[in-house]
Design a protein around this ligand. Structure first.
Ligand SMILES: [Mn+2]
Length: 321
Protein backbone atom coordinates (compact mmCIF):
# COMPACT_ATOMS: atom_id res chain seq x y z
CA UNK A 1 0.00 0.00 0.00
CA UNK A 2 1.17 3.50 -0.88
CA UNK A 3 -0.25 6.64 0.69
CA UNK A 4 -1.16 9.35 -1.76
CA UNK A 5 -1.45 13.09 -1.28
CA UNK A 6 -4.62 14.89 -2.34
CA UNK A 7 -2.72 16.17 -5.38
CA UNK A 8 -1.60 12.69 -6.43
CA UNK A 9 -5.11 11.35 -5.88
CA UNK A 10 -6.56 14.11 -8.06
CA UNK A 11 -4.03 13.18 -10.74
CA UNK A 12 -5.09 9.51 -10.60
CA UNK A 13 -8.72 10.48 -11.09
CA UNK A 14 -7.92 12.88 -13.93
CA UNK A 15 -6.20 9.99 -15.70
CA UNK A 16 -8.88 7.42 -14.90
CA UNK A 17 -10.91 6.32 -17.93
CA UNK A 18 -13.41 4.12 -16.14
CA UNK A 19 -14.07 3.05 -12.58
CA UNK A 20 -16.24 1.03 -10.29
CA UNK A 21 -16.61 2.92 -7.02
CA UNK A 22 -17.32 0.72 -4.01
CA UNK A 23 -19.08 1.99 -0.90
CA UNK A 24 -19.60 0.06 2.33
CA UNK A 25 -22.41 -2.30 3.21
CA UNK A 26 -25.40 -0.83 5.07
CA UNK A 27 -24.67 2.47 3.30
CA UNK A 28 -24.86 5.78 5.16
CA UNK A 29 -24.84 9.39 3.98
CA UNK A 30 -21.05 9.67 3.90
CA UNK A 31 -20.23 6.64 1.74
CA UNK A 32 -23.21 7.35 -0.51
CA UNK A 33 -22.27 11.03 -0.80
CA UNK A 34 -18.57 10.48 -1.42
CA UNK A 35 -19.19 7.56 -3.81
CA UNK A 36 -21.65 9.46 -5.97
CA UNK A 37 -19.65 12.72 -5.83
CA UNK A 38 -16.63 10.87 -7.24
CA UNK A 39 -18.87 9.23 -9.84
CA UNK A 40 -20.29 12.61 -10.95
CA UNK A 41 -16.78 14.07 -11.07
CA UNK A 42 -15.57 11.29 -13.39
CA UNK A 43 -18.72 11.38 -15.53
CA UNK A 44 -18.42 15.17 -15.92
CA UNK A 45 -15.16 14.49 -17.77
CA UNK A 46 -16.88 11.96 -20.02
CA UNK A 47 -15.46 8.97 -18.16
CA UNK A 48 -17.37 5.86 -17.21
CA UNK A 49 -18.10 5.43 -13.52
CA UNK A 50 -20.56 3.47 -11.45
CA UNK A 51 -21.18 3.19 -7.71
CA UNK A 52 -21.52 -0.33 -6.31
CA UNK A 53 -22.95 -1.27 -2.95
CA UNK A 54 -23.61 -4.68 -1.47
CA UNK A 55 -26.88 -3.51 0.05
CA UNK A 56 -29.67 -1.40 -1.33
CA UNK A 57 -29.23 2.33 -0.78
CA UNK A 58 -31.92 3.61 1.62
CA UNK A 59 -34.58 5.77 0.05
CA UNK A 60 -33.59 8.84 2.07
CA UNK A 61 -30.34 9.01 0.06
CA UNK A 62 -31.96 8.49 -3.35
CA UNK A 63 -31.92 12.22 -4.07
CA UNK A 64 -28.12 11.93 -4.36
CA UNK A 65 -28.35 9.34 -7.14
CA UNK A 66 -29.05 9.88 -10.85
CA UNK A 67 -32.78 9.71 -11.55
CA UNK A 68 -32.27 7.20 -14.30
CA UNK A 69 -29.17 5.11 -14.88
CA UNK A 70 -28.38 5.13 -18.59
CA UNK A 71 -24.82 3.81 -18.43
CA UNK A 72 -24.37 0.29 -19.73
CA UNK A 73 -22.17 -2.36 -18.12
CA UNK A 74 -18.47 -1.82 -18.65
CA UNK A 75 -15.19 -3.32 -17.58
CA UNK A 76 -13.54 -0.83 -15.21
CA UNK A 77 -9.93 0.22 -15.57
CA UNK A 78 -9.85 1.16 -11.91
CA UNK A 79 -11.51 -0.01 -8.69
CA UNK A 80 -12.01 2.81 -6.20
CA UNK A 81 -13.42 2.56 -2.68
CA UNK A 82 -14.91 5.41 -0.67
CA UNK A 83 -15.34 5.55 3.12
CA UNK A 84 -14.41 1.86 3.51
CA UNK A 85 -11.91 1.22 6.31
CA UNK A 86 -11.75 -2.54 5.91
CA UNK A 87 -12.47 -5.06 3.13
CA UNK A 88 -14.84 -6.82 5.54
CA UNK A 89 -17.18 -3.87 5.04
CA UNK A 90 -17.58 -4.55 1.30
CA UNK A 91 -20.51 -6.82 2.18
CA UNK A 92 -21.42 -10.22 0.83
CA UNK A 93 -22.24 -9.09 -2.71
CA UNK A 94 -18.93 -7.34 -3.35
CA UNK A 95 -16.47 -9.95 -2.04
CA UNK A 96 -15.15 -10.42 -5.60
CA UNK A 97 -13.43 -7.02 -5.20
CA UNK A 98 -11.31 -8.11 -2.23
CA UNK A 99 -7.63 -7.57 -2.96
CA UNK A 100 -8.50 -5.63 -6.13
CA UNK A 101 -8.98 -2.03 -4.97
CA UNK A 102 -6.60 0.37 -6.71
CA UNK A 103 -7.46 3.54 -4.81
CA UNK A 104 -9.19 4.10 -1.50
CA UNK A 105 -10.43 7.51 -0.33
CA UNK A 106 -11.13 7.46 3.38
CA UNK A 107 -11.06 9.21 6.76
CA UNK A 108 -10.86 6.26 9.19
CA UNK A 109 -7.54 6.05 11.00
CA UNK A 110 -8.34 2.37 11.40
CA UNK A 111 -8.07 1.87 7.61
CA UNK A 112 -6.37 -1.49 7.10
CA UNK A 113 -4.43 -0.42 4.00
CA UNK A 114 -6.10 -3.03 1.77
CA UNK A 115 -5.96 -0.79 -1.33
CA UNK A 116 -2.93 -0.42 -3.60
CA UNK A 117 -3.07 3.33 -3.04
CA UNK A 118 -4.70 5.19 -0.19
CA UNK A 119 -5.75 8.82 0.22
CA UNK A 120 -6.45 9.08 3.94
CA UNK A 121 -7.09 12.05 6.18
CA UNK A 122 -7.75 10.80 9.69
CA UNK A 123 -8.63 14.33 10.80
CA UNK A 124 -11.38 14.74 8.23
CA UNK A 125 -14.89 14.55 9.61
CA UNK A 126 -16.10 12.56 6.62
CA UNK A 127 -14.88 10.79 3.52
CA UNK A 128 -16.85 13.53 1.77
CA UNK A 129 -14.44 16.06 3.24
CA UNK A 130 -11.50 14.20 1.68
CA UNK A 131 -13.43 13.84 -1.59
CA UNK A 132 -14.04 17.60 -1.55
CA UNK A 133 -10.30 18.35 -1.35
CA UNK A 134 -9.59 15.86 -4.15
CA UNK A 135 -12.33 17.13 -6.49
CA UNK A 136 -11.28 20.79 -5.92
CA UNK A 137 -7.70 19.81 -6.65
CA UNK A 138 -8.84 18.17 -9.92
CA UNK A 139 -9.85 21.63 -11.11
CA UNK A 140 -13.00 20.42 -12.84
CA UNK A 141 -16.35 22.24 -12.59
CA UNK A 142 -17.82 21.67 -9.16
CA UNK A 143 -21.38 20.74 -10.07
CA UNK A 144 -24.51 21.15 -7.99
CA UNK A 145 -24.98 17.40 -7.64
CA UNK A 146 -21.39 17.02 -6.37
CA UNK A 147 -22.03 19.83 -3.88
CA UNK A 148 -25.24 18.20 -2.65
CA UNK A 149 -23.55 14.80 -2.23
CA UNK A 150 -20.60 16.20 -0.30
CA UNK A 151 -22.73 18.42 1.93
CA UNK A 152 -24.99 15.49 2.83
CA UNK A 153 -22.06 13.24 3.73
CA UNK A 154 -20.44 15.89 5.88
CA UNK A 155 -23.74 16.73 7.62
CA UNK A 156 -24.53 13.08 8.37
CA UNK A 157 -21.07 12.01 9.55
CA UNK A 158 -20.86 14.97 11.93
CA UNK A 159 -24.33 14.30 13.38
CA UNK A 160 -25.52 17.54 11.80
CA UNK A 161 -22.31 19.33 12.91
CA UNK A 162 -22.80 18.28 16.51
CA UNK A 163 -19.92 15.81 16.96
CA UNK A 164 -16.39 16.91 17.79
CA UNK A 165 -15.13 15.74 14.39
CA UNK A 166 -16.62 18.93 12.91
CA UNK A 167 -13.52 21.13 12.80
CA UNK A 168 -12.64 24.50 11.31
CA UNK A 169 -11.83 22.95 7.92
CA UNK A 170 -15.20 21.16 7.93
CA UNK A 171 -17.03 24.47 8.33
CA UNK A 172 -14.79 26.15 5.75
CA UNK A 173 -15.71 23.48 3.22
CA UNK A 174 -19.40 23.79 4.00
CA UNK A 175 -19.06 27.56 3.69
CA UNK A 176 -17.39 27.18 0.28
CA UNK A 177 -20.12 24.80 -0.89
CA UNK A 178 -22.86 27.16 0.35
CA UNK A 179 -21.20 30.11 -1.34
CA UNK A 180 -21.11 28.22 -4.64
CA UNK A 181 -24.67 26.93 -4.33
CA UNK A 182 -26.75 29.11 -2.01
CA UNK A 183 -29.95 27.61 -3.45
CA UNK A 184 -29.39 24.01 -2.30
CA UNK A 185 -32.03 23.34 0.41
CA UNK A 186 -29.48 22.66 3.18
CA UNK A 187 -31.90 23.01 6.08
CA UNK A 188 -34.33 20.69 4.32
CA UNK A 189 -31.57 18.11 3.83
CA UNK A 190 -30.73 18.35 7.55
CA UNK A 191 -34.36 17.89 8.45
CA UNK A 192 -34.73 14.85 6.20
CA UNK A 193 -31.50 13.30 7.53
CA UNK A 194 -32.06 13.96 11.22
CA UNK A 195 -35.62 14.89 12.14
CA UNK A 196 -37.99 13.05 9.84
CA UNK A 197 -38.72 9.47 10.89
CA UNK A 198 -41.24 6.81 9.99
CA UNK A 199 -44.18 6.59 12.33
CA UNK A 200 -42.98 3.09 13.29
CA UNK A 201 -39.58 4.43 14.27
CA UNK A 202 -41.11 7.25 16.28
CA UNK A 203 -43.33 4.77 18.13
CA UNK A 204 -40.30 2.58 18.79
CA UNK A 205 -38.53 5.56 20.34
CA UNK A 206 -41.57 6.14 22.52
CA UNK A 207 -41.48 2.52 23.59
CA UNK A 208 -37.74 2.72 24.30
CA UNK A 209 -38.28 5.85 26.38
CA UNK A 210 -40.73 3.91 28.53
CA UNK A 211 -38.15 1.18 29.15
CA UNK A 212 -35.43 3.50 30.44
CA UNK A 213 -34.06 2.64 33.86
CA UNK A 214 -31.55 4.78 35.72
CA UNK A 215 -28.74 3.74 38.02
CA UNK A 216 -25.91 5.44 39.93
CA UNK A 217 -27.95 8.57 40.57
CA UNK A 218 -28.90 8.79 36.91
CA UNK A 219 -25.33 8.58 35.58
CA UNK A 220 -26.09 5.22 33.94
CA UNK A 221 -29.22 4.64 31.84
CA UNK A 222 -30.30 1.24 30.53
CA UNK A 223 -32.92 0.11 28.04
CA UNK A 224 -33.72 -3.59 27.90
CA UNK A 225 -35.68 -4.96 24.96
CA UNK A 226 -36.86 -8.53 25.29
CA UNK A 227 -37.91 -10.82 22.43
CA UNK A 228 -41.39 -10.73 23.88
CA UNK A 229 -41.53 -6.95 23.58
CA UNK A 230 -40.19 -7.04 20.02
CA UNK A 231 -42.79 -9.59 18.98
CA UNK A 232 -45.60 -7.74 20.71
CA UNK A 233 -44.84 -4.49 18.86
CA UNK A 234 -43.60 -6.05 15.62
CA UNK A 235 -40.13 -4.54 15.98
CA UNK A 236 -37.32 -5.84 13.77
CA UNK A 237 -33.62 -5.87 14.62
CA UNK A 238 -33.05 -3.35 11.79
CA UNK A 239 -35.41 -0.85 13.43
CA UNK A 240 -32.72 -0.23 16.05
CA UNK A 241 -30.33 1.32 13.54
CA UNK A 242 -28.67 4.32 15.19
CA UNK A 243 -30.52 4.00 18.48
CA UNK A 244 -27.56 2.96 20.64
CA UNK A 245 -27.10 6.55 21.80
CA UNK A 246 -30.75 6.87 22.78
CA UNK A 247 -30.30 6.29 26.56
CA UNK A 248 -27.66 9.04 26.61
CA UNK A 249 -30.31 11.60 25.74
CA UNK A 250 -31.40 11.51 29.36
CA UNK A 251 -30.10 14.52 31.27
CA UNK A 252 -27.27 13.56 33.60
CA UNK A 253 -26.54 10.25 31.87
CA UNK A 254 -22.83 9.56 31.32
CA UNK A 255 -23.09 5.97 30.16
CA UNK A 256 -25.98 4.38 28.29
CA UNK A 257 -26.73 0.77 27.43
CA UNK A 258 -29.20 -0.83 25.06
CA UNK A 259 -29.68 -4.53 25.77
CA UNK A 260 -31.47 -6.56 23.09
CA UNK A 261 -32.48 -10.15 23.54
CA UNK A 262 -31.74 -12.29 20.48
CA UNK A 263 -32.35 -15.89 19.46
CA UNK A 264 -30.34 -18.67 21.09
CA UNK A 265 -30.05 -17.16 24.55
CA UNK A 266 -27.91 -14.26 23.37
CA UNK A 267 -28.22 -10.69 24.58
CA UNK A 268 -26.55 -8.01 22.47
CA UNK A 269 -25.32 -4.97 24.38
CA UNK A 270 -24.50 -1.56 22.92
CA UNK A 271 -22.68 0.73 25.33
CA UNK A 272 -22.18 4.44 24.79
CA UNK A 273 -20.25 6.94 26.88
CA UNK A 274 -20.67 10.69 26.96
CA UNK A 275 -18.03 11.17 29.62
CA UNK A 276 -14.66 9.80 30.64
CA UNK A 277 -15.61 6.17 30.97
CA UNK A 278 -13.96 3.91 28.42
CA UNK A 279 -16.83 1.58 27.54
CA UNK A 280 -14.71 -0.51 25.17
CA UNK A 281 -12.84 -1.83 28.25
CA UNK A 282 -16.14 -3.01 29.73
CA UNK A 283 -17.17 -4.66 26.47
CA UNK A 284 -13.74 -6.26 26.14
CA UNK A 285 -14.22 -7.90 29.52
CA UNK A 286 -17.26 -9.64 27.99
CA UNK A 287 -15.43 -10.62 24.80
CA UNK A 288 -16.55 -7.62 22.72
CA UNK A 289 -14.86 -4.37 21.81
CA UNK A 290 -15.10 -1.02 20.04
CA UNK A 291 -14.07 2.52 20.74
CA UNK A 292 -13.75 4.48 23.98
CA UNK A 293 -17.19 6.03 23.62
CA UNK A 294 -18.98 3.38 21.56
CA UNK A 295 -18.64 -0.34 22.05
CA UNK A 296 -20.60 -3.58 22.02
CA UNK A 297 -20.58 -7.15 23.23
CA UNK A 298 -22.75 -10.24 23.58
CA UNK A 299 -23.62 -12.08 26.77
CA UNK A 300 -25.28 -15.48 26.78
CA UNK A 301 -27.72 -15.10 29.65
CA UNK A 302 -31.28 -13.96 30.27
CA UNK A 303 -32.01 -10.25 29.75
CA UNK A 304 -32.33 -9.80 33.51
CA UNK A 305 -29.00 -11.51 34.26
CA UNK A 306 -27.34 -9.62 31.41
CA UNK A 307 -28.61 -6.32 32.73
CA UNK A 308 -27.25 -7.07 36.20
CA UNK A 309 -23.81 -8.01 34.80
CA UNK A 310 -23.64 -4.77 32.82
CA UNK A 311 -24.85 -2.67 35.75
CA UNK A 312 -22.20 -4.22 38.02
CA UNK A 313 -19.46 -3.60 35.45
CA UNK A 314 -20.44 0.01 34.82
CA UNK A 315 -20.86 0.84 38.53
CA UNK A 316 -17.42 -0.67 39.17
CA UNK A 317 -16.12 1.58 36.41
CA UNK A 318 -17.59 4.65 38.11
CA UNK A 319 -15.99 3.63 41.42
CA UNK A 320 -12.58 3.20 39.84
CA UNK A 321 -12.69 6.55 38.03
MN1 LIG B 1 -17.64 8.18 6.98
Amino acid sequence: MRELTVKETAQRLLECESAHILIHRRPDGDCTGSGFALMYALRSMGRKARVLCSDEIPEKFHFLMPEVETLEEFHPEMIISADIADEQLFGENLTEYEGRVDLCIDHHISNTGYAKELCLDGNAAAACQVAYEVIREMGIPFTREIAMCLYTGIATDTGCFMHDNAKARTFEIVSEIMTMYPDIPYADINRRMFTIKSIGRLRLEGLLAEQIESFADGRFTVITITKELMEKYGIAESDFEGLAGFPLQVEGAEVGAVIKEREGGECRISLRSAGDMNVSLICQSFGGGGHKRAAGCSIYASPQETKQLIIDAVLKGFEQA
